[in-house]
Design a protein around this ligand. Structure first.
Ligand code: NAI
Length: 337
């Protein structure tokens, strides 16, 4: 049996985690979940929102499935997500965005993969209050990290039969930092003549995405633009409730939905577990459980096609009903279990 770290998170985290664990169990894949808690709730007991035991667990198991953790806005502790990505050197944030069945959106056939650098940029957390009226944040971009993420994007493109990579920056304004990111991508692109390479400024990219998203294949971005643009892409295909993600490094991988802890709907059985489930499907593919991943995806798509959907994507199903409907279909698909 395979050991995988499971970080339950907070807000809607526990609800969607329970849903996904039940679905994976019903698929017949045997996982020994190493359950870890992180975030605000444990600060009092353990003095930190990200105890060393969480990092040690991922280091031991190599793979984690993580649900969202709240980060206080404008005050309080540093994001657990950012810290975890940094501690484990999960340098690539991979966010595939494509239309799912029976979810009505403005555009059909969107199929964009957002590759976001995950360890530096303004997320380095170097901020200071200069004086009462001035605050300062430092944006760090290095050649190593920029080349590494560009190489990841190109290798991903080759492996997944993609045709084009578009690097997104604001190098006309941030000439040195974004300029370094752009130049690094240009250099790496030379090694992959079979992949078309394009460049765009982030403001134009956002406008193009909402007007004609089908023109894009893979987007390669520094951390902050990647964070924002991937939510925009999630919006194009039906919203955060369905947007999957993965944080990948040389040694470890943490799979998690793009969305946050959604405190506005927490504890009400309203959350859409699809984003977490799609992330888990990618995790199953990653660990070689390809049949189970495929069956779960079929059961999920059948459920959506039967018009059983949560409220965020135009339905009236609860999280638990939606989960049970997927499991029902999965049991028909995998009668051996
Ligand atoms: P959010 O993603 O939690 O919610 C934005 C909107 O989308 C809300 O209206 C919410 O109800 C809806 N939504 C999100 N996920 C949904 C789902 N699965 N089903 C149905 N509706 C869903 O973003 P927000 O409100 O800006 O952030 C809340 C907290 O989450 C913050 O503390 C933030 O720092 C944290 N966060 C954590 C992340 C992580 O752990 N990886 C990522 C993003 C935010």
């Amino acid at each position: 049996m395979r050991n995988i770290t499971l970080i339950k998170g907070d807000g809607i985290g526990p609800e969607i985690t329970e849903s996904v664990v039940k679905i994976i169990e019903a698929s017949g894949v045997e996982i020994n979940w190493d359950i870890q808690t992180a975030g605000a709730d444990i600060i009092e007991k353990e003095g930190t929102p990200l105890p060393q035991r969480v990092i040690d667990s991922v280091k031991a198991n190599k793979i984690a499935l993580k649900s969202p953790v709240t980060t206080p806005i404008g005050k309080g502790f540093r994001s657990v997500n950012v810290q975890l990505r940094k501690e484990l050197d999960l340098y690539a944030n991979l966010r595939p965005c494509y239309n799912l069945p029976n979810i009505k959106t403005r555009y059909d056939n969107v199929d964009i993969v957002v590759v976001r650098e995950n360890t530096e940029d303004l997320y380095a957390g170097i901020e200071r209050q200069v004086d009462e009226n001035t605050a300062e944040s430092i944006k760090i971009i290095t050649k190593n990290a920029s080349e590494r993420i560009a190489k990841f994007a190109f290798d991903y493109a080759v492996k997944n039969n993609r045709k084009e990579i578009c690097v997104v920056t604001k190098a006309n304004i941030c000439k040195l930092s974004d300029g370094l990111f752009l130049n690094s991508a240009r250099e790496i692109a030379k090694n992959y003549p079979q992949i078309k390479f394009k460049e765009i400024l982030v403001d134009n990219c956002c406008m193009q995405l909402v007007q004609n998203p089908n023109q894009f294949d893979i987007l390669l971005l520094p951390n902050l633009y990647g964070d924002i643009v991937s939510d925009l892409c999630a919006g194009l295909v039906g919203g955060l409730g369905i947007a999957q993600g993965a944080n990948i490094g040389k040694d470890y991988a943490v799979f998690e939905p793009v969305h946050g802890s959604a405190p506005d709907i927490a504890g009400q059985d309203k959350a859409n577990p699809t984003a977490m489930l799609m992330s888990a499907i990618e995790m199953l593919n990653y660990i070689g459980e390809k049949d189970a991943a495929k069956q779960i995806k079929i059961a999920l798509f059948d459920t959506l096609n039967a018009n059983i959907k949560t409220a965020d994507i135009g339905g009236n199903s609860t999280c638990s009903k939606f989960t049970n409907e997927i499991i029902k279909r999965l049991k028909v698909l995998t009668p051996q279990y």
